[in-house]
Ligand binder design. Structure first.
Ligand code: ATP
Ligand code: MG
Length: 721
């Protein structure tokens, strides 16, 4: 058998998957069995042992965070940079494609990305423009309709209302929306993929070039690909490029967003011949945690069926806490986190998982009051906060006067006397003459059609845009952002806002300047865009995810959906109540209930050492106190695996036995946080985090060139300085 450092750290089944010689490979395996690890090792193996150049690798994963992690792991294994490899999310990679081939896609060179909030505004405006009543045609519903169709590769022209199955008005809204996006040069998230697919379908030479380029395509989290993503993959693979897909049908949790677990079945016929590899050993969780997950998921029907086992010890029992109410639950969680710290562990090893974003607020309040540092993933993340989006809209508009979505957002914010009537006139003019709103402003402010006050207000606004555009010239990105924030008047505006929120908002604007300062401009990813445009594109793409680098040891607050693929030594799943989880919208339909159960399976299997579940007997919901019974999922976990705790009962430390001797990070690691090190490829840097032991030992290093990277000590060969 073939041995190499890349293969030694794998079990037989994993090694077979990594070195599979079949043309196409499908790795089907449960949580924590090493699917992502196998995918990463296969990339390294292909490059090192099979002579595939990084340029020939295309690897797709689900989140930007997972992609960054994947890149770091490949680099650590290879001990070299992975530049040239196409590694990213479907959206990120499609964006890159469209940037490179904007001419063939019919987009302007500086096309902008419309995030979902901007998309909502445009759809709302379209609805109004068509003279439709918003109450009858809610823009959210139209937005869902448009995106769902795009995800299935259907444009407005492909829809037919004759048989009455699709509403004529929704199709009209879709048409008008497409037209406005086209005219203003913006693309929404779904469009990134759809347009890439169109690009390939229309340009067979270009497609042939990419098929020649990519020698291997690898996909993580395959169970959650939707129709357009699968089409995208099939187009790129053609009949020649080997595909390597890893997934788990039990973790398919995006059915509600069009993901098709059936793609796993289609894979065998679409890509022939396929070698299917099963992995059954779990390396992540204790025996208790795994048993709970296995029992729970057995309540689902129609599974492909697999059972996971582990060599790991039985571990701690799962703790189940019954809180009086949501405040009590949050205080309990805060206590648990403090105990974890008292045991010499780090907060970054912990995560609090919940079903819906709104649940984060109470935890945020309690953690804030108790000074427990935290970061929110999947909620109102930094780039999604209103004040940040307003500042970004100013930046976009300053750089591209034709960006109507940004124009709409800030034209009267802070208020500057441009009222609804003036705006309506601008919109109408822009629609009639098919010109951007800023041009319509220029014409109408001179035309004498508006009253003097309105014309003056518009003239002042145009002058402001010009001053802003001029203030961008020849400056660093940080200075550009600082200037625009200053000129926009946003800071002064928020300073006048009463309450603590204003302080937050102003801090967030400051943080945006920090983000600009720290922005890592990678010409590989952004082609010949300006630094500012790259920053703005990145903000739109990242809005769906985390908050950037954390310098502080903090716990993670996140939805179960965004925890996918991640792992933490301590996981606390909160709000385990009927109606909350499973979500009330899903309890009536068995298909959706099963998806909720898979989500619960995903949550449980994020835990490595310790799992805590909690529910509240009373909970404030929309202002009134509600009683929700404990989640059915709790009953589906065998009783003998659980230890119940109740609110008001002091938890004796003996109830939370620590059965393992915990090796503190850093104890075994030859490196300490703050230490300077040198790497053969990346140069000098500073150790910012250490974690894991033995084969797991890895450190995060912030390199002077090339930013932060996680490196596996085994392979990275770091030299202390
Ligand atoms: P998920 O389904 O949650 O995405 P996964 O199947 O992708 O999980 P990984 O994240 O690749 O699983 O692996 C889970 C954990 O087990 C990781 O910490 C990984 O490093 C570890 N692991 C996997 N295989 C091995 C192995 N052969 N030896 C040691 N550790 C391993
Ligand atoms: Mg994985």
């Amino acid at each position: 058998m073939d041995f190499s450092p890349i293969l030694d750290s794998l079990n037989d089944a994993q090694r077979a998957a990594v070195t599979a010689s079949a043309k196409h490979v499908l790795v089907l395996a449960g949580a924590g069995s090493g699917k992502t690890r196998v995918l990463v090792h296969r990339i390294a193996w292909l490059c090192r042992d099979k002579g595939i150049i990084p340029y020939g690798i295309l690897a797709v994963t689900f989140t930007n965070k997972a992609a960054a992690e994947m890149r770091a792991r490949v680099e650590a294994l290879l001990g070299m940079s992975s530049t040239g490899m196409w590694m990213g999310t479907f959206h990120g990679l499609s964006h890159r494609l469209l940037r490179s081939h904007w001419q063939q896609t019919g987009l302007p060179q500086n096309f902008q990305i419309l995030d979902s909030e901007d998309q909502f505004r445009v759809i709302r405006r379209v609805t109004k423009g068509l003279g439709l009543d918003e109450a009858k045609w809610p823009p959210r519903q139209s937005q869902w309709f448009i995106n769902a169709n795009k995800d299935e590769a259907r444009r407005a022209k492909d829809l037919d209302s004759k048989d009455g199955s699709v509403d004529q008005q929704l199709i009209r809204i879709y048409f008008a929306y497409e037209e406005i996006c086209e005219r203003t040069g913006v693309v929404d998230f779904a469009e990134l993929l759809l347009r890439s697919v169109d690009l390939f379908k229309r340009n067979s030479d270009l497609l042939a070039d990419y098929r020649n380029r990519f020698r291997h395509i690898l996909v993580d989290e395959f169970q959650d690909t939707n129709a357009i993503q699968y089409t995208w993959l099939k187009l790129l693979a053609g009949t020649q490029v080997p595909m390597f897909a890893v997934g788990d049908d039990d973790q398919s949790i995006y059915g509600w967003r069009g993901a098709r677990v059936e793609n796993i079945h289609s894979f065998n016929s679409d890509f022939d011949p396929v070698d299917t590899v099963l992995l059954e050993q779990n390396y992540r969780s204790t025996g208790t945690i795994l048993a709970a997950a296995n029992h729970l998921i057995q309540h689902n029907t129609g599974r492909l069926g697999k059972n996971l086992w582990t060599h790991d010890s039985v571990g701690d029992p799962i703790h189940l806490f019954a809180a009086y109410n949501e405040q009590d639950e949050a205080r309990f969680v805060a206590d648990q986190l403090k105990q974890w710290l008292d045991q010499g562990r780090k907060l970054s090893e912990t995560a609090v998982l919940y079903r819906s974003n709104a649940q984060s607020r109470v935890f945020e309040e309690v953690f804030f009051a108790q000074q427990i540092p935290y970061r929110v993933y999947g909620g109102l993340r930094f780039f999604e906060r209103a004040e940040v989006k307003n500042a970004l809209a100013y930046l976009r508009l300053a750089a591209h006067h034709s960006n109507d979505a940004s124009f709409e957002r800030i034209v009267n914010l802070p208020t500057r006397g441009i009222g609804q009537r003036t705006l309506a006139a601008l919109r109408e003019y822009s629609r009639d003459y098919a010109i951007p709103l800023s041009e319509a402003t220029s014409v109408l402010s001179q035309s004498g059609e508006l009253n003097v006050r309105a014309s003056n207000a518009l003239k002042r606004f145009l002058a402001l845009l010009q001053t802003m555009a001029a203030s961008l010239e020849g400056l660093s990105l940080q200075e550009q952002v600082e200037n625009i924030i200053k000129l926009s008047g946003l800071k002064a505006y928020y300073e006048r806002e009463p309450g603590a929120k204003a302080v937050d908002r102003i801090e967030n604007l400051g943080e945006l300047v920090n983000a600009a300062r720290e922005f890592n401009f990678d010409p590989n990813q952004f082609g010949d865009m300006t630094r500012l445009d790259a920053f703005l594109s990145n903000a739109a793409l990242e809005a769906g995810e985390g908050q950037g680098e954390a310098w502080q040891d903090c716990t993670r607050l996140m939805t179960l959906h965004s925890a996918k693929g991640l792992e933490f030594p301590l996981v606390i799943m909160v709000g385990m109540e009927e109606g909350l989880f499973p979500h009330s919208m899903s309890t009536q339909e068995s298909g959706r209930l099963e998806e909720e159960r898979r989500l619960c399976y995903v949550g449980i299997t994020r835990a490595r050492e310790k799992l805590i579940l909690s529910y509240a007997e009373n909970r404030r919901h929309y202002g009134s106190v509600k009683y929700y019974p404990p989640s059915r999922f709790l009953r589906e976990i065998p009783e003998q695996l659980l230890v119940e705790l109740r609110a008001g009962v002091t938890i004796s430390p003996t109830l939370i036995p620590r059965q393992k001797t915990v090796l503190k990070p850093g104890n075994e690691s030859p490196f300490k946080i703050g230490q300077r090190v040198e790497h053969a490829g990346f140069g000098e840097g500073l150790v910012t985090e250490c974690e894991g032991v033995g084969l797991h030992a890895r450190v995060q290093v912030r390199f002077e060139r090339g930013g932060s990277k996680w490196l596996v000590l085994e392979y990275a060969k770091l030299q202390p300085l």
